[in-house]
Ligand binder design. Sequence first.
Ligand code: EPU
Length: 346
Amino acid sequence: MIRNLPTDLSRRNTFGMKVRCARLLEFTEAADLDVLDWGVLPAPVKVIGGGSNLLFTGDFPGTLLHAAVRGVRFTDAPDGTLLLEAGAGEPFDGLCDQVARRGLWGLENLSLIPGETGGAVVQNIGAYGVEVKDVLVRVEAYDRQAAGHVTLAAADCGYGYRDSRFKREPGRFVVTGAAFRLRRDPSPQLGYRGIREALQRNGWAGDPATLTPQAVREAVIGIRREKLPDPAETGSAGSFFKNPVLPREDFDALQERERAAFGEIPHFDLGGHVKVPAAWLIDRCGLKGRRRGGAQVFPTQPLVLVNATGDAAPEDVLALEDEIIETVRQRFGICLHPEVEHIGNE
Ligand code: EPU
Protein backbone atom coordinates (compact mmCIF):
# COMPACT_ATOMS: atom_id res chain seq x y z
CA MET A 1 0.00 0.00 0.00
CA ILE A 2 1.19 3.50 -0.82
CA ARG A 3 0.10 6.37 1.42
CA ASN A 4 0.46 10.13 1.21
CA LEU A 5 1.51 11.59 4.58
CA PRO A 6 1.54 15.15 5.97
CA THR A 7 4.63 17.01 4.73
CA ASP A 8 5.65 18.49 8.11
CA LEU A 9 8.94 16.71 8.90
CA SER A 10 9.45 17.92 12.50
CA ARG A 11 8.80 14.47 13.92
CA ARG A 12 10.46 12.61 11.06
CA ASN A 13 13.99 13.75 11.81
CA THR A 14 15.52 13.03 15.20
CA PHE A 15 17.42 16.36 15.08
CA GLY A 16 14.01 18.01 15.33
CA MET A 17 14.44 20.48 12.47
CA LYS A 18 11.12 22.16 11.68
CA VAL A 19 11.06 21.72 7.93
CA ARG A 20 8.71 20.43 5.22
CA CYS A 21 8.97 18.55 1.95
CA ALA A 22 6.85 18.87 -1.19
CA ARG A 23 5.53 15.32 -0.86
CA LEU A 24 5.91 12.48 1.65
CA LEU A 25 4.99 8.97 0.55
CA GLU A 26 5.13 5.74 2.46
CA PHE A 27 5.00 2.24 1.01
CA THR A 28 4.42 -0.98 2.93
CA GLU A 29 5.23 -3.69 0.35
CA ALA A 30 8.21 -4.00 -1.98
CA ALA A 31 5.75 -4.68 -4.84
CA ASP A 32 4.25 -1.19 -4.35
CA LEU A 33 7.31 0.20 -6.12
CA ASP A 34 6.35 -1.59 -9.37
CA VAL A 35 3.13 0.40 -9.62
CA LEU A 36 4.46 3.73 -8.35
CA ASP A 37 4.21 6.45 -11.00
CA TRP A 38 7.69 7.87 -10.43
CA GLY A 39 7.34 10.44 -13.26
CA VAL A 40 4.69 12.51 -11.47
CA LEU A 41 6.54 12.81 -8.15
CA PRO A 42 8.14 16.18 -7.33
CA ALA A 43 11.90 15.75 -7.92
CA PRO A 44 14.26 14.79 -6.49
CA VAL A 45 12.99 11.57 -4.91
CA LYS A 46 14.88 10.64 -1.77
CA VAL A 47 14.37 7.59 0.44
CA ILE A 48 14.27 8.11 4.21
CA GLY A 49 14.22 5.66 7.08
CA GLY A 50 13.85 6.73 10.70
CA GLY A 51 15.40 10.15 9.96
CA SER A 52 18.05 9.54 12.62
CA ASN A 53 21.13 10.36 10.54
CA LEU A 54 19.82 13.36 8.64
CA LEU A 55 20.27 17.09 8.91
CA PHE A 56 17.61 18.96 6.96
CA THR A 57 19.29 22.20 5.95
CA GLY A 58 15.98 23.67 4.84
CA ASP A 59 12.68 22.63 3.24
CA PHE A 60 13.09 19.74 0.80
CA PRO A 61 11.65 20.59 -2.63
CA GLY A 62 11.14 16.97 -3.74
CA THR A 63 9.55 13.72 -2.64
CA LEU A 64 10.56 11.77 0.44
CA LEU A 65 9.80 8.08 0.21
CA HIS A 66 9.62 6.11 3.45
CA ALA A 67 10.05 2.33 3.29
CA ALA A 68 7.52 1.14 5.89
CA VAL A 69 7.98 -2.54 4.99
CA ARG A 70 7.60 -4.57 8.19
CA GLY A 71 8.13 -8.23 8.97
CA VAL A 72 10.73 -10.36 10.73
CA ARG A 73 11.47 -14.00 9.97
CA PHE A 74 14.01 -16.40 11.46
CA THR A 75 15.02 -19.53 9.52
CA ASP A 76 17.48 -22.29 10.34
CA ALA A 77 20.39 -22.73 7.95
CA PRO A 78 21.92 -26.18 7.28
CA ASP A 79 25.26 -25.09 8.84
CA GLY A 80 23.63 -24.49 12.25
CA THR A 81 23.44 -20.69 11.94
CA LEU A 82 20.21 -18.74 11.61
CA LEU A 83 19.06 -16.31 9.00
CA LEU A 84 17.09 -13.25 10.06
CA GLU A 85 15.11 -11.57 7.30
CA ALA A 86 13.65 -8.15 8.08
CA GLY A 87 11.70 -5.47 6.26
CA ALA A 88 13.47 -2.15 5.68
CA GLY A 89 11.00 -0.37 7.97
CA GLU A 90 11.71 -2.54 11.01
CA PRO A 91 13.33 -0.46 13.78
CA PHE A 92 16.86 -1.83 13.95
CA ASP A 93 17.04 -1.98 17.72
CA GLY A 94 13.85 -4.06 17.73
CA LEU A 95 15.80 -6.67 15.75
CA CYS A 96 18.72 -6.44 18.20
CA ASP A 97 16.29 -7.00 21.05
CA GLN A 98 14.56 -10.02 19.50
CA VAL A 99 17.86 -11.61 18.51
CA ALA A 100 19.38 -11.20 21.97
CA ARG A 101 16.23 -12.51 23.68
CA ARG A 102 16.50 -15.69 21.61
CA GLY A 103 20.07 -16.12 22.81
CA LEU A 104 21.46 -15.53 19.32
CA TRP A 105 24.76 -13.75 18.60
CA GLY A 106 25.41 -11.15 15.94
CA LEU A 107 23.58 -7.88 16.63
CA GLU A 108 24.25 -7.33 20.35
CA ASN A 109 27.04 -4.72 19.87
CA LEU A 110 24.72 -2.70 17.60
CA SER A 111 22.08 -2.29 20.32
CA LEU A 112 20.19 0.96 20.85
CA ILE A 113 21.30 2.59 17.60
CA PRO A 114 18.30 4.65 16.46
CA GLY A 115 16.82 4.17 13.01
CA GLU A 116 15.42 1.48 10.77
CA THR A 117 16.87 -1.55 9.04
CA GLY A 118 16.97 0.11 5.60
CA GLY A 119 19.04 3.00 6.91
CA ALA A 120 21.26 0.59 8.84
CA VAL A 121 22.33 -1.27 5.69
CA VAL A 122 22.63 1.89 3.57
CA GLN A 123 24.99 3.53 6.05
CA ASN A 124 26.75 0.44 7.34
CA ILE A 125 26.06 1.50 10.92
CA GLY A 126 28.68 0.45 13.41
CA ALA A 127 29.46 0.51 17.09
CA TYR A 128 31.85 -1.13 19.57
CA GLY A 129 33.89 -2.98 16.97
CA VAL A 130 31.03 -4.35 14.84
CA GLU A 131 29.58 -3.01 11.61
CA VAL A 132 26.38 -4.11 9.89
CA LYS A 133 28.44 -5.48 6.98
CA ASP A 134 29.96 -8.08 9.36
CA VAL A 135 26.59 -9.79 9.90
CA LEU A 136 24.77 -8.92 6.69
CA VAL A 137 24.06 -11.65 4.14
CA ARG A 138 22.08 -9.77 1.49
CA VAL A 139 19.99 -6.71 0.75
CA GLU A 140 16.68 -6.67 -1.14
CA ALA A 141 16.17 -3.50 -3.16
CA TYR A 142 14.29 -1.92 -6.01
CA ASP A 143 16.74 -0.78 -8.68
CA ARG A 144 15.32 2.35 -10.30
CA GLN A 145 17.87 2.13 -13.10
CA ALA A 146 16.69 -1.35 -14.12
CA ALA A 147 13.08 -0.73 -12.99
CA GLY A 148 13.06 -4.06 -11.14
CA HIS A 149 13.79 -5.79 -7.86
CA VAL A 150 17.30 -7.02 -7.13
CA THR A 151 19.06 -9.03 -4.44
CA LEU A 152 22.55 -7.81 -3.62
CA ALA A 153 24.99 -10.03 -1.72
CA ALA A 154 26.75 -8.17 1.10
CA ALA A 155 30.01 -8.42 -0.87
CA ASP A 156 28.39 -6.48 -3.74
CA CYS A 157 27.29 -3.55 -1.56
CA GLY A 158 30.71 -1.82 -1.61
CA TYR A 159 30.93 -1.42 2.14
CA GLY A 160 33.46 0.77 3.92
CA TYR A 161 33.49 2.77 7.15
CA ARG A 162 30.03 4.42 7.21
CA ASP A 163 29.99 3.98 3.44
CA SER A 164 28.31 1.79 0.82
CA ARG A 165 27.35 1.50 -2.81
CA PHE A 166 23.90 2.81 -1.83
CA LYS A 167 25.49 6.08 -0.71
CA ARG A 168 27.81 6.29 -3.73
CA GLU A 169 24.98 5.69 -6.23
CA PRO A 170 22.38 8.02 -4.72
CA GLY A 171 18.85 7.71 -6.06
CA ARG A 172 19.40 4.31 -7.64
CA PHE A 173 18.34 1.74 -5.03
CA VAL A 174 15.35 1.69 -2.70
CA VAL A 175 16.17 -0.84 0.01
CA THR A 176 13.13 -2.94 0.93
CA GLY A 177 14.65 -5.61 3.18
CA ALA A 178 17.81 -7.28 4.47
CA ALA A 179 18.98 -10.63 5.79
CA PHE A 180 21.49 -11.19 8.60
CA ARG A 181 23.47 -14.24 9.72
CA LEU A 182 23.18 -15.09 13.42
CA ARG A 183 25.01 -17.67 15.48
CA ARG A 184 24.01 -19.97 18.30
CA ASP A 185 27.55 -20.68 19.47
CA PRO A 186 29.06 -18.00 21.72
CA SER A 187 30.83 -15.38 19.62
CA PRO A 188 31.11 -12.20 21.71
CA GLN A 189 32.99 -9.30 20.11
CA LEU A 190 34.84 -7.80 23.05
CA GLY A 191 37.65 -5.91 21.30
CA TYR A 192 36.31 -2.55 22.46
CA ARG A 193 37.62 -1.83 25.95
CA GLY A 194 34.50 0.05 27.04
CA ILE A 195 32.41 -3.10 26.59
CA ARG A 196 34.71 -5.25 28.73
CA GLU A 197 34.68 -2.57 31.45
CA ALA A 198 30.88 -2.25 31.35
CA LEU A 199 30.49 -6.05 31.56
CA GLN A 200 32.83 -6.13 34.54
CA ARG A 201 30.84 -3.38 36.25
CA ASN A 202 27.78 -5.62 35.70
CA GLY A 203 29.53 -8.48 37.53
CA TRP A 204 31.28 -10.39 34.70
CA ALA A 205 34.43 -12.18 35.87
CA GLY A 206 36.17 -12.23 32.48
CA ASP A 207 35.39 -15.62 30.93
CA PRO A 208 33.80 -15.08 27.47
CA ALA A 209 32.12 -18.53 27.70
CA THR A 210 29.89 -17.27 30.53
CA LEU A 211 28.44 -14.39 28.50
CA THR A 212 25.04 -14.21 26.84
CA PRO A 213 24.01 -11.93 23.96
CA GLN A 214 21.59 -10.30 26.40
CA ALA A 215 24.40 -9.47 28.85
CA VAL A 216 26.44 -7.85 26.07
CA ARG A 217 23.37 -5.98 24.83
CA GLU A 218 22.76 -4.62 28.33
CA ALA A 219 26.40 -3.51 28.64
CA VAL A 220 26.18 -1.69 25.28
CA ILE A 221 22.90 -0.04 26.27
CA GLY A 222 24.56 1.08 29.53
CA ILE A 223 27.49 2.74 27.72
CA ARG A 224 25.26 4.45 25.17
CA ARG A 225 22.89 5.80 27.85
CA GLU A 226 25.84 7.17 29.78
CA LYS A 227 27.48 9.02 26.88
CA LEU A 228 24.88 9.79 24.25
CA PRO A 229 21.86 12.09 24.47
CA ASP A 230 18.51 10.44 25.25
CA PRO A 231 16.62 10.69 21.94
CA ALA A 232 13.35 11.13 23.88
CA GLU A 233 14.69 14.32 25.46
CA THR A 234 17.29 15.86 23.18
CA GLY A 235 17.27 16.01 19.40
CA SER A 236 20.41 14.85 17.61
CA ALA A 237 21.55 12.64 14.75
CA GLY A 238 24.20 10.73 16.71
CA SER A 239 27.81 11.17 15.62
CA PHE A 240 27.90 14.29 13.48
CA PHE A 241 31.39 13.72 11.99
CA LYS A 242 33.27 10.67 10.76
CA ASN A 243 36.43 9.74 12.57
CA PRO A 244 39.23 10.93 10.24
CA VAL A 245 41.52 8.27 8.78
CA LEU A 246 45.12 9.48 8.26
CA PRO A 247 48.03 7.94 6.39
CA ARG A 248 50.38 6.45 9.01
CA GLU A 249 53.14 9.03 8.32
CA ASP A 250 50.72 11.95 8.81
CA PHE A 251 49.60 10.45 12.11
CA ASP A 252 53.21 9.97 13.24
CA ALA A 253 53.99 13.60 12.37
CA LEU A 254 50.87 14.76 14.26
CA GLN A 255 51.85 12.68 17.28
CA GLU A 256 55.35 14.21 17.32
CA ARG A 257 54.00 17.78 17.00
CA GLU A 258 51.45 17.26 19.78
CA ARG A 259 53.37 15.02 22.19
CA ALA A 260 54.40 17.89 24.44
CA ALA A 261 50.86 19.24 24.67
CA PHE A 262 48.81 16.03 24.89
CA GLY A 263 51.05 12.96 25.28
CA GLU A 264 49.80 9.87 23.45
CA ILE A 265 46.95 10.58 21.01
CA PRO A 266 44.24 7.89 21.15
CA HIS A 267 44.07 6.07 17.81
CA PHE A 268 43.03 2.84 16.08
CA ASP A 269 45.48 1.10 13.80
CA LEU A 270 44.07 0.12 10.40
CA GLY A 271 47.30 -1.15 8.82
CA GLY A 272 48.76 1.60 6.62
CA HIS A 273 46.27 4.08 8.02
CA VAL A 274 45.28 5.30 11.45
CA LYS A 275 41.81 6.33 12.64
CA VAL A 276 41.80 9.24 15.07
CA PRO A 277 38.74 9.93 17.24
CA ALA A 278 37.12 13.14 16.06
CA ALA A 279 35.67 13.46 19.58
CA TRP A 280 39.22 13.78 20.93
CA LEU A 281 40.16 16.45 18.38
CA ILE A 282 37.00 18.47 19.10
CA ASP A 283 37.49 18.06 22.84
CA ARG A 284 41.13 19.26 22.66
CA CYS A 285 39.97 22.36 20.75
CA GLY A 286 37.94 23.25 23.84
CA LEU A 287 34.64 22.96 21.98
CA LYS A 288 32.73 20.70 24.39
CA GLY A 289 29.44 22.36 25.26
CA ARG A 290 29.96 25.12 22.63
CA ARG A 291 26.64 26.75 21.58
CA ARG A 292 25.53 28.44 18.38
CA GLY A 293 21.91 29.52 18.69
CA GLY A 294 19.98 26.41 19.71
CA ALA A 295 22.70 23.98 18.58
CA GLN A 296 25.31 22.60 20.96
CA VAL A 297 28.34 20.29 21.07
CA PHE A 298 27.11 17.58 23.46
CA PRO A 299 29.14 17.82 26.67
CA THR A 300 29.70 14.08 27.32
CA GLN A 301 30.32 13.09 23.67
CA PRO A 302 31.60 16.01 21.60
CA LEU A 303 31.20 14.06 18.34
CA VAL A 304 27.46 14.56 18.75
CA LEU A 305 25.77 17.89 17.99
CA VAL A 306 22.39 18.39 19.66
CA ASN A 307 19.31 20.56 19.32
CA ALA A 308 19.75 21.82 22.88
CA THR A 309 16.79 24.18 23.02
CA GLY A 310 14.41 22.09 20.91
CA ASP A 311 14.04 24.94 18.44
CA ALA A 312 17.49 25.05 16.87
CA ALA A 313 17.33 26.13 13.22
CA PRO A 314 19.32 24.39 10.47
CA GLU A 315 21.47 27.57 10.28
CA ASP A 316 22.49 27.11 13.95
CA VAL A 317 23.68 23.55 13.32
CA LEU A 318 25.46 24.57 10.11
CA ALA A 319 27.21 27.47 11.86
CA LEU A 320 28.40 25.14 14.63
CA GLU A 321 29.52 22.54 12.08
CA ASP A 322 31.57 25.18 10.20
CA GLU A 323 33.13 26.45 13.41
CA ILE A 324 34.19 22.94 14.46
CA ILE A 325 35.63 22.06 11.05
CA GLU A 326 37.56 25.34 10.88
CA THR A 327 38.85 25.16 14.47
CA VAL A 328 40.03 21.55 14.13
CA ARG A 329 41.62 22.34 10.76
CA GLN A 330 43.53 25.32 12.16
CA ARG A 331 44.62 23.56 15.34
CA PHE A 332 45.49 20.10 13.97
CA GLY A 333 45.56 20.45 10.14
CA ILE A 334 42.90 17.73 9.87
CA CYS A 335 39.71 18.15 7.86
CA LEU A 336 36.61 16.65 9.48
CA HIS A 337 33.81 15.40 7.25
CA PRO A 338 30.20 15.13 8.37
CA GLU A 339 28.82 11.66 8.97
CA VAL A 340 25.27 12.99 9.11
CA GLU A 341 23.71 13.31 5.67
CA HIS A 342 22.69 16.86 4.77
CA ILE A 343 19.52 17.24 2.75
CA GLY A 344 17.70 20.40 1.87
CA ASN A 345 17.06 22.92 -0.81
CA GLU A 346 20.53 23.46 -2.24
N1 EPU B 1 36.91 11.18 23.41
C1 EPU B 1 37.42 12.34 23.94
N2 EPU B 1 36.60 13.16 24.64
C2 EPU B 1 35.28 12.84 24.85
C3 EPU B 1 34.75 11.64 24.31
C4 EPU B 1 35.59 10.82 23.58
O1 EPU B 1 38.59 12.65 23.81
O2 EPU B 1 34.60 13.63 25.51
C5 EPU B 1 37.79 10.29 22.65
C6 EPU B 1 38.34 9.21 23.51
O3 EPU B 1 39.68 9.04 23.19
C7 EPU B 1 37.56 8.00 23.13
C8 EPU B 1 37.38 8.29 21.67
O4 EPU B 1 37.12 9.69 21.61
O5 EPU B 1 38.29 6.84 23.37
C9 EPU B 1 36.30 7.53 20.97
O6 EPU B 1 35.06 7.76 21.61
P1 EPU B 1 33.94 6.63 21.53
O7 EPU B 1 34.54 5.33 21.80
O8 EPU B 1 32.80 7.08 22.37
O9 EPU B 1 33.48 6.54 20.03
P2 EPU B 1 33.55 7.52 18.78
O10 EPU B 1 34.71 7.16 17.95
O11 EPU B 1 33.46 8.92 19.24
C10 EPU B 1 32.18 5.90 17.23
C11 EPU B 1 30.94 5.94 16.38
C12 EPU B 1 29.70 5.89 17.24
C13 EPU B 1 29.74 4.60 18.05
C14 EPU B 1 31.04 4.60 18.90
C15 EPU B 1 31.24 3.31 19.64
C16 EPU B 1 31.58 7.16 14.37
C17 EPU B 1 31.40 8.41 13.56
N3 EPU B 1 30.94 7.13 15.54
O12 EPU B 1 32.19 7.10 18.00
O13 EPU B 1 28.56 5.87 16.41
O14 EPU B 1 28.61 4.47 18.88
O15 EPU B 1 32.17 4.75 18.02
O16 EPU B 1 31.72 2.34 18.80
O17 EPU B 1 32.28 6.26 13.94
C18 EPU B 1 26.91 7.22 15.37
O18 EPU B 1 27.41 6.90 14.30
O19 EPU B 1 25.91 7.99 15.43
C19 EPU B 1 27.51 6.75 16.61
C20 EPU B 1 27.10 7.15 17.80
